[in-house]
Design a protein around this ligand. Sequence first.
Ligand code: PLP
Length: 458
Amino acid sequence: VLPNSLHARDIAYQIHPYTNMRRHERNGPIVIERGSGIHVYDDQGREYIEGLAGLWSVAVGFGESRLVEAAARQMAKLPYYHTFTHKSNEPSIELAEKLATMTPDGLDHVFFTNSGSEANDTVVKLAWYYNNALGRPEKKKFIARNGGYHGITIASGSLTGLQVNQRGFDLPLPFVKHVTCPHHYRFAEAGESEEAFADRLAAELEATILAEGPETVAAFIGEPLMGAGGVLVPPRTYWEKVQAVCRRHDVLVVADEVINGFGRLGTLFACEHFGIQPDMLVVSKQITSSYQPLAAVVVSDAIYQAIADQSERLGTFGHGFTASGHPVATAVGLENLAIIEERGLVANAAKVGAHLQARLRAFADHPLVGEVRGVGLIAAVELVADKASKAKFDPPGKVGFRFFEKAHEHGLIIRAIQDSIAFCPPLIITEAQVDEMIDRFARTLEDIQAWIAAGMPA
Ligand code: PLP
C-alpha cells in the first residue's frame, strides 16, 4: 500500500460496514472507479462482472445515462425539498402514484425513506400507531424469521434474524420473536417433504402467536425469498399457509421486497410469485437501481385510514426523514422504473433467469456443492464439506470468503454468505453474459477445490 494513495487513506480514515477492520488494514480496499452495464472497473484497471449488482440493487446496470440526466434535470430545477407539514414536490407525487398503481391490489399509500432499514423502522411504527389508533396498544409484537434480513437500525436490526447483526449490539429488542427459517435443505427433518415442512412452520407460527397471546402480536414480517440470509427459497405453499395463520389472528403481513421487488424473480413483485397479499410492502434498492438512496413502505388503505384518523386526534403523525420524498431520488426512481418497463427487464429476468438457474443447476453433482437454489435472477450455490451429510466447513465461512477473494482474480464479484455463493446480477444481463459469469465461477470453483484438496493453506 503506497503512502498517501487512495488505499492508504481509505485504511487511515474510513470505517467500512461489514468489514474485518484489522484484515482491511493489512490488505486494503478494492477501489471501484467506474462501471458500465454489468461490469465495474477498479483503480488498477481490472474489470469485474458485478454478479451481485452492487448490493442486489443495480437493476439497469452501471453507467445508465438516462438516470444521470434525470438526476441532473431535477437538481437544476429543485435539488431538494422536504415533504413535512403539507409540502410536496412533483417527482415524489408521481412516484407515489406509480408505486400505488404497480404494487399488489389494496396497497395504495406510500411513505418514503432513505434506506430499507428506515423503511422497516417505519413499518414497526406504522403497525404500533395503527394498533394504538384501533384502541389496542398492547398489540405490538413482531414475528420475524431466523435468517431474515430487514436492516440494521435498532428496530429493523431486531427484525433481522442473523447473528452477525445482533451479536455485540444487545439485539433483538424484546418486541421481536423469531421463528424457524423456511429453508428446507437445512431445517427440514429427515424425510420431511416440502409441503410437510411448510405445514410444520405454519403450525409453529400459530403456536408462537398463541403462546405470546394474539392480542399482543401486531405483525409477521418476511422477505418472500430471503436474500442476505443465503438466497433461501421457501416451499411453494409456505406463504399461503403462514398468511392464513396471520389472518386468523388479526396479525398484519409485511412483505419486505427490498431485494425481491421490481423484477428480481421474473415477476414485478415476489408477492405475485408466492401468492402473498401483504398489508404493507417494503421496497428499495432496485427502485432507483441504487443510483440514489430511496426506500418506500406501501400500505393498505385500512392502515392508512386508521393512522389518518389517529393523527387527527393526536395533531400530527410524528415520523419522517429530512429526505423523505426527496425530489432527486424520486425523479431517478421514476426514470428507473420507466427503463425497467420500456426494456422489458422483468421479462428479461424471467427468461435469462431461467438460463442462469439451469446453468447453475448443472453444478448440483459437483462434490463440493450441497444445494443450488434460486428463482429468476437471484441464486446461490451452497458449498459443503460433505455432500451426503450436508456437513458445513469448519469454520463455516472460511471457504466462502476464500471463494469471494479468488473470484476477484477471475474478474467476478459475488457475495459469499458463509459458504453459499450468491448471484444477483443486473436485470439487463444477457444469456451470453450469464455464460461468461458462470465460466468465471467455474474457474474459481476449480481453484477452491484444489485449495481444499491441499488442506486449505493460509
Ligand atoms: N430489507 C432487506 C430485505 C434487505 O435486503 C436490506 C438490505 O440489504 C434491507 C432491508 C436494509 O436496507 P438498507 O441497507 O438500505 O438499510
